[in-house]
Ligand binder design. Structure first.
Ligand code: FES
Length: 105
């Protein structure tokens, strides 16, 4: 696992992006203080999900407003598509991403 910094560095309902193995990964902190990570690419036209707005456990893509589940990476509602999720753990207030990158479609 790779330590990408403290949970507190990301505000509630905030996000950041990190590069891991040449891939941009979006890391999200939800209002209920959960951490999720997805490949930073919308399944629609590759919008940067790390710049989207978090609603509950979903993020609205900044480009065309598709809503993507932070838990599964699936597009919600009528839209179809899936972004790979990245395994993430929080240990002692630090965010750890799986490495080598273990992405689940
Ligand atoms: S690129 Fe994300 S909704 Fe179009």
């Amino acid at each position: 696992m790779i330590d990408i910094g403290p949970v507190d560095a990301i505000p509630l309902r905030g996000s950041r992006s990190v590069m891991l193995e040449g891939e941009s990964i979006a890391v999200f902190r939800t209002g209920d203080d959960r951490i999720f990570a997805l490949v930073n690419r919308c399944p629609h036209k590759h919008g940067p999900l790390s710049e989207g707005i978090i609603h509950g456990h979903a993020v609205a893509c900044p480009l065309h407003n598709w809503r993507i589940s932070l838990e599964t990476g699936e597009a919600l509602g009528a839209d179809k598509g899936c972004t790979p999720t990245v395994q993430v753990e929080v240990v002692d207030g630090r965010i750890l991403l799986s490495a080598p990158l273990k992405v689940a479609a």
